[in-house]
Design a protein around this ligand. Structure first.
Ligand code: ATR
Length: 276
């Protein structure tokens, strides 16, 4: 039977994953397809049963089902355990369905070459920050600081993941020149959200890496500001592409051409922003 993959979510029509995976499958001449499936909340269990019965070889999970899917899987990998969220399901040879989370590793990959000793500042303590911090921890990074508006949310994340320490947003601004990598994970700067900066960047270290997980717009006000300090800026497209590429490699045993895909999506989204 021809292999097929899917992404489930609600809404799903905006997802860039079908475009990305279909392109990679055809480039690599893999006889398979990848389809978006809109799932209503009340039907999640039946939808997953359907995917399994109809021979789906693996699927991605997006908002709002990354946590809710876990009880329907046979096991979850370390990448998903620490954060309680799955974005990729892999079918094993013996027909078991295992949940992974490739978001955080995808994000780290999007940064390009970095050092284990780098001092990392994460701004925000929501689901996306959790995935990224967990991946840094699993990758062996130890110098992790979390700045967040609400102390108790950051402290809960630090307690759950057993890594990092908390500072306020004001402290982050004041200590900014001690960080090599600054990661913006709040929704600020996203289209239709507040256009404010989570922190001012005037103490940014020269040539620091500054990443924003937002990709719409491609250049957030935060990244725009960072370029004034000669930062190497990275938008959220790299994370999107690499999380997909890692999932693709789990399913197909080959890592697809991700840099070309970042360029192609950048073009599709109307930008000419080179983020590496
Ligand atoms: P996710 O999808 O990652 O779970 P989220 O829950 O929408 O995202 O946002 C998570 C983070 O953005 C939180 O750390 C939140 O701060 P609080 O813990 O104080 O709620 C942060 N955040 C959202 N809007 C913000 C704003 N206007 N200023 C500062 N931080 C903000």
């Amino acid at each position: 039977m021809k292999k097929w993959f899917a992404v489930i979510g609600n809404p799903i029509s905006h997802s860039l994953s079908p475009f990305m995976h279909e392109k990679w499958l055809s480039e690599l001449e893999i006889d398979a397809s990848y389809i978006p499936i809109h799932v209503e909340e009340d039907n999640l269990e039946e939808a997953i049963m359907g995917l399994k019965l109809l021979g789906c070889s693996g699927w991605n999970v997006t908002v709002p089902y990354k946590e809710a899917i876990i009880p329907f899987l046979d096991d979850i990998d370390e990448s998903a355990k620490g954060i309680g969220a799955v974005n990729t399901v892999v079918k094993t040879k013996d027909n078991r369905f295992i949940g992974y989370n490739t978001d955080g590793f995808g994000f780290i990959k999007s940064l390009g070459p970095i050092n284990l000793e780098d001092n990392i500042l994460i701004i925000g303590a929501g689901g996306a920050a959790r995935g990224i911090v967990n991946a840094f921890k699993q990758g062996g990074f130890t110098n992790i600081t979390i700045a967040n508006r609400t102390a108790k949310n950051a402290e809960k994340m630090i307690h759950d993941l057993q890594i990092g320490h908390f500072i306020t947003l004001n402290e982050a601004e004041a200590q900014l020149n001690s960080f090599d990598i600054v990661v913006q994970t709040t929704p600020q700067g996203m289209k239709n959200q507040a256009n404010t900066l989570p922190i001012q960047l005037n103490k940014l270290k020269q040539h620091a890496i500054v990443a924003d997980i937002v990709y719409n717009p491609l250049v957030t006000p935060f990244l725009e500001e960072a370029t004034k300090y000669n930062a190497r800026t990275i938008n959220g497209l790299g994370m999107l592409v690499h999380q997909g590429a890692i999932a693709f490699s789990y399913w197909n045993g080959v890592y697809p051409k991700s840099e070309d895909m970042i360029d192609r999506l950048t073009e599709n989204l109307g930008g000419n922003y080179v983020n590496r």
